[in-house]
Write a protein that binds this ligand. Structure first.
Ligand SMILES: [Zn+2]
Length: 311
């Protein structure tokens, strides 16, 4: 089967700039979808270059697949139910979740409705409820969405946020945790969810840092002969925010009192000395990076966390 082609992406999705320089490539390998979505699998072997904007530091693909619903199909993974359950029960993202909840606590006076966009297996909305919020979630993958709803007893809308009717001025807080980097043209989504914030409501976004992740992959490739830097294969991370581009995005959708800081790392469950040492290193980089003036702009800031308030 021949794939449906590509459409060029001419201007920076964050600032509209046209001075874009090739940074790294992504190879599409979608053979795993051969039976489920053959039109998606047809893109296997195609290469997409990623380019960085000289004006704001944002990195995005040079072209996007023209296949309608490409990304919906990409996230239609047939996860096994015990894997989803493990994702709910596992605490490897809890430090991230706690820092976000504490950040919202420090900024808000009344805890009202909270919307988590990209709710995955539902662990964050579960923790947010324990923390006094009234959470609901949106989750594209039907299997994780139905698990999250059943397990938490909370509303989880199983849809693409682009297609969901969002009530204007409804939510006291909206969170996008490891979500915005998966979305082409992320400002359209950011503007939509911002309009669903109540006046004075807060948004929290956690994404990987594009420049720091590139640096890390370069070092890896130097240390391991034959290792190919992987930053955007299959367009799963379809955009890469620098700290400046994240701030600019918040400004462009009209958010104020913006902060961009280093986000905590994931801490995978540890067994054995190596895994414990690796988690200790991740924690140390995070806590040391936070002490450094301008630490968010250094290679130790592998992940970014931004807060902004609606007018
Ligand atoms: Zn730009």
């Amino acid at each position: 089967m021949i794939h449906a082609g590509f459409a060029d992406v001419a201007a920076c999705w964050v600032c509209g700039g046209h001075q874009l320089t090739r940074q790294h490539d992504a190879i599409l390998d979608l053979d795993v979808y051969r039976d489920q979505h053959p039109e998606l699998a047809a893109y296997t072997g195609a290469i997409v270059w990623f380019r960085t904007c000289a004006a704001c530091g944002f990195t995005q693909p040079e072209r996007l697949p023209s296949l309608p619903g490409f990304f919906d199909r990409l996230y239609d993974q047939l996860w096994a139910s015990d894997w989803i359950q493990q994702e709910f029960e596992s605490d490897y993202k809890d430090l991230i979740f706690q820092v976000i909840l504490r950040g919202l606590d420090a900024r808000t006076t009344a805890k009202g409705p909270l919307l988590d966009v990209g709710a995955h297996a539902g662990r964050f909305i579960h923790l947010a409820q324990q923390n006094g919020w009234t959470p609901e979630g949106i989750e594209l993958n039907p299997r994780t969405a139905s698990f999250a709803a059943a397990r938490t007893g909370l509303p989880v809308h199983s849809t693409n946020v682009d297609r969901m009717e969002l009530c204007r001025h409804r939510y006291s807080a909206i969170t996008l945790i490891d979500m915005l980097e998966h979305v082409p043209d992320p400002l359209t989504l950011l503007a939509r969810v911002t309009s669903a914030l109540a006046p004075g409501g807060w948004i929290a976004v956690k994404v990987p840092s594009g420049p720091a992740q590139r640096q890390k992959e370069r070092v890896r490739a130097l240390l391991h002969r034959g290792y190919r830097a992987r930053l955007a294969d299959n367009l799963v991370h379809v955009n890469h925010f620098s700290p400046g581009a994240l701030r600019k995005s918040f400004e462009r959708v009209g958010l104020s009192r913006i902060t961009v800081e280093i986000a905590p790392p994931e801490l995978p469950s540890t067994q054995g000395h190596r895994a414990r040492a690796s988690n200790l290193l991740r924690r140390s980089l995070y806590f040391c990076g936070r002490q450094l003036p301008g630490g968010v702009h250094t290679p130790v800031a592998l992940n970014l966390l931004a807060f902004g308030q609606s007018a």
